[in-house]
Design a protein. Structure first.
Length: 358
């Protein structure tokens, strides 16, 4: 294992890059940014992804377009939707240099980065995407997280800020906490752990396979980020009901960069990637909002039954499936040598500080 000094060196390196990005002028649109061309050599990056272009990919799509325009096509980013590898193998491909960057979901292979799964814990206090962004960015700078990802030749670049998950299901809808008992649910990461606490039977299914699993009855319900992802993966076409306010948590599905590929980039291209990150976050949030509006109308058109839980039920969910899952995660990861309590405290403290003031 790396020494603390190594962690600190890497943390300082990333923090310096982020600091440079923060003080740089924010770029509101690709049109405004394209006024100044950045000279540099021909560079092509392959970025792993799955599914199809959608709200979750809006940030990376924006970056690819922006970078190409700013460099007159000299720096191109090719996003492989389902063409560069299976979702569960993209981190491996990144680690061997087959990809220069990739989207990944930590819950697809939690054993590879146990500390990073802290962001997958259920019922974390993320009231909006702005708070979530601040927490994820702070978490990505933690020395232990940087060192853990370094083992895979990876460095965190940005979060996809997946919204809170909700369920689409078939059969009798679970209108109370007790109604989930015995239901087979697609629920990954900490959400799966939370649902098992209320008696459901979670299973981990990669996103592209969920529609078929639900259609065939292999699962009774499937969780995805809000309405947007259920719309993207068309679960509402085979579902009968939709939870509107369960909000059991979300998943950490960041964009990771290959460290060697990053180090090989000319400094002007590194600076460009850091400068465009915040405008990409803005585009991503706008894409989620637009997709939610669009698919909520589709859900109503399909006459899905909307399940809205009472405050008492929501409190019961959290009592059963929030803190108990957090405590178990801390105990398990601490045994593995992860500073689990410290990481959870970082998340909660950052979220509390970033939360809207009443």
């Amino acid at each position: 294992p790396a020494t603390k000094t190594n962690w600190e060196v890497q943390a300082m390196r990333i923090s310096a890059l982020i600091a440079a990005f923060v003080i740089a002028p924010a770029l509101a649109t690709t049109g405004a940014a394209s006024a100044q061309t950045i000279d540099g050599p021909k560079v092509t990056w392959k970025v792993g992804a799955w599914g199809k272009p959608r709200a979750a990919s809006a940030g990376m799509d924006f970056i690819a377009k922006h970078v190409k325009e700013r460099t007159n096509g000299n720096f191109t980013i090719s996003i492989g939707y389902g063409t560069y590898g299976d979702p569960k193998e993209l981190l491996d491909l990144l680690s061997v240099g087959a990809l220069q960057a990739t989207n990944m979901c930590s819950s697809y292979h939690p054993e590879k980065h146990p500390a990073y799964t802290a962001l997958d814990l259920p019922f974390l206090p993320f009231p909006n995407a702005d708070v979530q962004e601040k927490v994820h960015e702070k978490f990505h700078q933690h020395p232990y997280i940087l060192e853990e990802m370094r083992k895979w030749k990876a460095m965190p670049y940005m979060s996809t800020l997946l919204p809170q998950y909700e369920f689409v299901g078939r059969g009798d809808p679970p209108k109370t906490v007790e109604g989930w008992k015995g239901l087979r649910v697609r629920a990954i990461g900490g959400i799966g752990a939370a649902m098992s606490k209320v008696g459901a039977i979670p299973t981990s299914v990669p996103a592209p396979e969920v529609y078929t699993m639900l259609e065939r009855g292999a699962v009774d319900a499937a969780s995805f980020p809000s309405t947007y992802a259920h719309g993207s993966y068309r679960t509402y076409e085979v579902g009968k009901w939709f939870t509107t306010n369960l909000s059991p948590g979300t998943q950490a599905c960041p964009v990771m960069l290959n460290i060697d590929a990053w180090n090989a980039l000319p400094k002007q291209y590194q600076d460009l990637l850091m400068q465009v990150k915040e405008p990409a976050y803005v585009e991503q949030k706008k894409a989620y909002a637009a997709a939610d509006e669009k698919y909520l109308a589709e859900f109503k058109r399909k006459k899905l039954e909307f399940i809205t839980y009472s405050e008492d039920d929501l409190k019961k969910f959290e009592e059963i499936a929030a803190r108990p899952v957090w405590d178990e995660w801390v105990a398990e990861k601490t045994k593995q040598g992860v500073p689990a309590a410290e990481l959870l405290k970082l998340i909660l403290d950052t979220a509390r500080a970033a939360a809207p003031k009443s």
